[in-house]
Design a protein around this ligand. Sequence first.
Ligand code: ZN
Length: 210
Amino acid sequence: MELNKERLLELAHLLPGNGMHEDEIQQATKTMLQAFGEDPEREGLLRTPGRVARMYGELLAGYRVDPIAMVNEAVFEEEYDAMVVVRDIEFYSLCEHHMIPFIGRASVAYLADNRVIGLSKIPRIVDMFARRLQVQERMTHQIAEFLMELLQPRGVAVVVEGLHLCATMRGVKKHDARMTTSAMLGTFRTNLATREEFLANISRGTNPIL
Ligand SMILES: [Zn+2]
């Protein structure tokens, strides 16, 4: 399978450098605790900076995934030209404006053109783009564009429903807290019937996020 690795790396939008500086995150967390007026030396908080630093390592791991290693063995030539839909993929991301979570579900479809991917990889791709500081619109497009390059299909569709804790927890704009974004590429953009088939598929019996 001939993948354009350079282009895929570009579309993965990774961060340069050797990874996160855990010691600096620890120090910054301690500084924040002090700025809150808290005592970082009290028992309950003593190990908090270390925990926070390790936690960000997980929550932001998507910046440093090797996308080629992730998908390489799972993309196949296959005589198949129908729609593949993977719906209700759970994701957890961090809003880049407030650095607290937005969570939800993504539904992804592609109209295959004789190249398919192992189904378990699509949630991994969603995860790669979710585990970063994000905005939902950008995440939606990044997933779609990555799949478009990877599978060279006739089209890709991504619909993301997200619940933004920065809105719900702060009690502002509650009606805006649940947001739906979509990216339609190729046939999903140009062909109404294709788009409607996908949207009908994902609207059947969806459970609420929370
Ligand atoms: Zn926010």
